[in-house]
Design a binder for this molecule. Structure first.
Ligand code: DC
Length: 247
């Protein structure tokens, strides 16, 4: 097995195929990243679910986040695996369904502000890029983890629209949370994610902004596919511009 340092070097030198999508919660990143990955025939990496899985592991071990040694002990033995279809495993256990639990939801911003956690996630995320072309979504994909990505998007929508979508998701799961509470929680997380010291949510100059407030998923993905394909050397990657389905 290769050392992680070497893998970082590999990542930097190989000019790997990566497209990044960053943005706040509820902007539509997951749906759009998944659809874009399918259209390009690339892998999809949901890094929010990685931070959620670490949060779950820390909660289960009842770790005090203010105790760096205990946090590090969990990170050192963390067996986090991602499989196709958005499945997340801790060891042999599939935990995908547990990642939206309110306990995880409430703590994930604090966990993702810890530098030791971010360093470990960055290693794992870069390793994913060595497996094949990747559409990576999160908060720091284009700014920190894949700064030399082939194409970088920043996806946003108005807070009211993002709260409306999250509220709809909750209702679909049978959870009745008042809309103003959903908006307040979303704004709390935005604040934490964009003001933390280590790798805050930022839009860098080289990211293309996409506002999904009034645009449909298909329209956004079509635009992204066109941008990415325009940047691919001819003969590399899937060709064609059919809307919907894998080319
Ligand atoms: O996208 P999400 O709601 O599943 O993300 C959960 C949390 O993880 C979010 O509050 C911020 C954090 N996160 C992060 O800090 N960096 C990333 N690349 C992805 C997510």
């Amino acid at each position: 097995m290769r050392a992680e340092k070497e893998e970082e070097g590999d990542y930097a030198s190989k000019g790997l195929r990566v497209v990044t999508i960053d943005g706040p919660s509820g902007a539509g990143k997951s749906t759009i990243a998944k659809t874009l990955a399918k259209r390009l025939g690339w892998n999809h990496l949901d890094t929010g679910s990685m931070y959620r899985a670490v949060t779950l592991a820390l909660l289960r071990e009842k770790v005090d986040l203010a105790d760096p040694e205990s946090v590090q002990a969990v990170l050192d033995t963390l067996d986090l695996r991602l499989e196709g279809g958005g499945k997340v495993f801790l060891g042999k256990e599939e935990v995908s369904q547990l990642l939206r639990d309110p306990d995880v939801e409430n703590l994930v911003s604090a966990v993702s502000a810890l530098p030791a956690v971010r360093a470990r996630m960055k290693e794992l995320q870069r390793r994913e890029a060595l497996r094949g072309p990747l559409v990576a979504e999160g908060r720091d994909m284009g700014s920190v983890v894949f700064p030399d990505a082939q194409y970088k998007f920043f996806l946003d929508a108005s807070p009211a629209e993002r709260a409306r979508r999250r509220h709809q998701d909750f209702e679909a799961q049978g959870l009745h949370v008042p809309r103003d509470k959903v908006l307040a929680e979303l704004e709390r997380r935005d604040r934490l994610d964009s003001t933390r010291k280590d790798a805050p949510l930022v839009r860098t100059k080289d990211m293309e902004s996409v506002d999904s407030t009034h645009l449909g998923i298909q329209e956004i993905v079509d635009r992204m596919v066109a941008r990415v394909r325009a940047g691919l050397p001819s003969g590399e990657g899937p060709q064609g511009s059919s809307a919907g389905g894998k080319p």
